[in-house]
Design a binder for this molecule. Sequence first.
Ligand code: PMP
Length: 453
Amino acid sequence: MSPTVDTAVPVGDAILRRQRIRESAARTYARSFPIVPVRANGMTVEGADGRRYLDCLSGAGTLVLGHNHPVVLAAIRRTLDSGAPLHLLDLATAEKDDFTTALFESLPPAFADRARVHFCGPAGTDAVEAALKLMRTATGRRGALAFTGAYHGMTSGALAVTGSVAARVPLAGAGDVTRLPYPYPYRCPFGVGGERGAELSVTYTERLLDDPSGGVAAPAAMILEAVQGEGGVVPAPDDWLRAMRRITAERGIPLIVDEVQTGVGRTGAMWAVQHSGITPDAMVLSKAIGGSLPLAVVVYREEYDGWPPGAHTGTFRGNTLAMAAGAATLRYVAANGLVARSEQLGARMTARLDGLRSGLPVIGDVRGRGLMIGVELVDPAGTPDACGALPADPELAVRVREACLRRGLIVELGGRHDAVLRLLPPLTITDEQAEAVLDRLGDAVEAAARCTP
Ligand code: PMP
């Protein structure tokens, strides 16, 4: 008898089973989306089981041109064929030079004209660390001002267990972080909602910083997102951002804007700071700037460039392919009207989703900017808070995510209670794909609210 191959278990199921038993308990998306992608093109991902999905996760907001965009693939192929070295620490290369040119051309001129860039280890969190260290060095202060609902990354303690006294002692540790209230009209930290909540956040920040007994030592920096992503897609009002810029400038506090998720057209501006017109002291960039490959930088005004050689090193700061893919992506987004497309289509999709609220009371709030859209799911039977917001419903959100997947739609959750559906489609999404996303999402919310598949 000839040996038999066990074909009873589909290959995708076998891979998923091996992943379950071999990979870390800390894995995340793999739990939410038990699929094995084998091919991806634009917004479509095909699983090993032959099913096709519309991808509104886009590598957590990374893939502004979708999967395997021809321009990105061409840049990668060109670089591979050129024989350029692929890994180079922070040495000068033509690819890095070109990426830096593309990046500086894309940044607001008032910022880019007098800016420096530092290439970091290839993760947003490393660039955040770099920005904080830079400002600690520049100001000689330790503390930072940060906001409720903020997400800036996951590294902790790497410096704390590093031996080098010179590297560690002046900067290690988180320092004191003073947490300030981020405006969030639906779940207002002051219980008043609307514009008033944002105004109170400004007043509170200003008075706290000026109160000699407020408990806050002069900080090294303020760090914020112009639209909070992981915090539940919460856009800050432009006036509030301008106020934070004024408050920090008046008090000599460097302002770091974390554009890891909001950058490269995602919010309907090339960079989210452009909505308010503020010029930060530093911008932290990652995700989309690498054109789907790992890359992270901090860009900052040159007067802060006083840190010594080696102040923020890392092995993988010279990813040639990511620089080529990133430069191609930045130029393609700018040259093909994708920023305006993000703004217009995002507004249309947000309005359509908002329109679902009347028929689907489980949708508590719909908000966003450009193609960064959030749908907050609530329990309509719960007791409203002072602003009329109903309790978040994370269990319903999980059911909706599952119902979306069954309908061929990949949507991840976020927000304070993990009850916000977060839509981050590529900026190349077509009108037909947008319709399909909205139809599938609406259908999934309805089914999940009725507890049917
Ligand atoms: N800042 C923001 C605003 C983010 O959204 C993220 C990631 N979601 C990070 C920083 C951290 O980036 P990374 O996961 O690449 O470390």
